[in-house]
Design a protein around this ligand. Structure first.
Ligand code: FAD
Length: 472
């Protein structure tokens, strides 16, 4: 019997399809499109394990898929004929253990649905990103997602207490503990955070919850230049302490594109300048006045001329206007036309020097190039996106050179070429090039130890061809 027939027998027509696979096989940015053998949508862990076992026996590889919002083509097959394993039917959310501040969720639960379910429990799961209406918990774990609140609450690996994972040979690892402190050996749960589906399939998770904020204050600030951005960021971090929840930035180039292309988008302040900061503080304590705190700190910032204009959100609607400006940065640039996206990180103190130096280098390589840096000022994560010079429809043959320069400089600065989106298949060659021989070997040894036959998402994290080939 063929693998397709076996999977149809196992999962039935609701759980397995070989037609209408377009939405599953093409990634968000339409970089990759290979027809799979089929899409499996198992309904529980036992079915996932059986799919993996059958695929293994037939020597067919599997690409796990969540919401398919990967920005680096990680959730679609790198070759035709693979199986896409979608977790979308495994979307349960329960139980919510409010006294223990944790919840058990199926890997296919959509992040926004989790937020919604928690809303009437006075609890939050503090992961927020632009794709939260589609991205699933399993995908967020597998990419170790960051988002706008990572500064305060950490990345996905800091929010996962326990995991259940189907391993590449079909065995199930039940690591569904619900404690933060667990030093009984290697940190297996963290190993699967950011593994991008290359070491196994996350099927369930126990996640940390936090008391819901009862008050919040948000401000949009205007700074003179990128250097002022750094000084302002440092002051806000020191003075706002642990209630600082988000510290985001964007440039005037990005604002201009967003205002040009997005209907209904409004800039609410009078002054335009080189860069903007969005700062948010919140607390779950009724005894702390975060609005007063933010006002006092901003008064100091204005007195020290760290910012030249700004406003505190006076309502939820105005807060939404501030956030929309920051969140529409990628969309504004997408609508402008061709672009190259980079998701890098540098040590926070090096954000301004990086932007200044890198800008000079890119201008020499391609005069007039449009650089649109925005992102998470608090943790040095810069979305460093490029558009061609005015009047030019693409980057000529410079695409790889531009990206290679950016990744090399981020690495040399002590940062990373992949801050929060992962590598997928689109960045693996750059990553492999930048790794030291020791780091490359460690990555390959980990892959080989857990997925000897390279059945899980081949061509991601370690270079294609099978880890065993590369280790010899
Ligand atoms: P998918 O895209 O389906 O998969 C991502 C990777 O995880 C793939 O390698 C896939 O094989 C693997 N995978 C999926 N499910 C599983 C599973 N159950 N077990 C094992 N492996 C699995 N990311 C950020 O970190 N911060 C942001 O602020 C952010 N903003 C975004 C904004 C937009 C508009 C978009 C489109 C994307 C954004 N992203 C961001 C990227 C993306 O949303 C995240 O990477 C997210 O974590 C992917 O979740 P997903 O469910 O869509 O995973």
């Amino acid at each position: 019997m063929t693998l397709a027939n076996e999977l149809m027998d196992l999962l039935g027509p609701v759980g397995f399809q070989t037609e209408d696979t377009d939405a599953y096989q093409t990634d968000w940015l339409r970089m990759q499109d290979h027809t799979p053998m089929g899409v499996a949508r198992p309904k529980n862990t036992a079915e996932v394990a059986e799919v993996v076992r059958l695929a293994n026996a037939a020597d067919v590889s599997i690409t796990p898929q969540g919401g398919n919002t990967s920005l680096c083509a990680g959730a679609v097959p790198g070759r035709a004929g693979q199986i896409i394993l979608s977790l979308s039917r495994m979307n349960g959310i329960s139980p919510i253990e409010s006294d223990a501040f944790c919840v058990t969720v199926g890997a296919g639960a959509v992040l926004a649905n989790l937020h919604e379910v928690l809303a009437d429990q006075d609890l939050i799961f503090p992961m927020h990103l632009g794709a939260e209406g589609t991205a699933q918990i399993g995908g967020l774990i597998a990419t170790n997602a960051g988002g706008s609140h990572a500064l305060r609450y950490g990345m996905m690996q800091d929010l996962v207490l326990g995991l259940e994972v189907v391993l590449p040979d079909g065995q199930v690892w039940n690591g569904m503990r619900s404690v933060q402190k667990d030093n009984a050996g290697y940190q297996l749960r963290k190993l699967f955070c950011g593994a991008e589906g290359t070491l196994g399939i996350v099927t369930r998770a126990c996640l940390r919850l936090f008391p819901a904020p009862v008050s919040r204050a948000t401000a949009l600030l205007v700074v003179e230049d990128i250097q002022a951005l750094m000084s302002l960021g440092q002051t806000l971090r020191r003075e706002l302490g642990e209630v600082l929840t988000a510290l985001e930035f964007f440039s005037d180039i990005g604002l201009e594109l967003a205002l040009l292309h997005l209907e209904g988008l409004k800039y609410p302040l009078e002054t335009r300048s080189a860069a903007y900061v969005l700062v948010e503080v919140e607390t779950s304590s009724g005894h702390i006045d975060v609005a007063q705190l933010l006002e006092a700190v901003l008064a100091e910032c204005f007195a020290a001329e760290l910012c030249i204009d700004g406003a505190l959100a006076s309502s939820d609607a105005q807060r939404a206007v501030f956030w929309r400006l920051r969140e529409e940065m990628p969309e504004g640039q997408r609508l402008e036309g061709p672009q190259i996206k980079h998701d890098i990180s540098v040590p926070v103190a090096k954000v301004a020097p990086f932007i200044a130096e890198m800008g000079g280098i890119l201008e020499q390589l391609l005069p007039g190039i449009h650089i649109n840096p925005f992102g998470h000022l608090g943790d040095g994560n810069i979305h460093y996106n490029l558009s061609p010079p005015k009047g030019q429809s693409d980057f000529g043959d410079l695409k790889d050179t531009l990206s290679a320069n950016i990744y090399r400089m981020a690495e040399d600065a002590g940062g990373s070429l992949a801050a929060e989106h992962g590598l997928g298949s689109s960045k693996i060659a750059y990553a492999d090039e930048l790794r030291s021989p020791v780091e490359r070997q460690l990555m390959r040894q980990i892959k080989q130890a857990i997925d000897q036959s390279d059945v899980m998402n081949p061509g991601v994290i370690v270079t294609r061809g099978g880890p065993q080939d590369k280790l010899s």
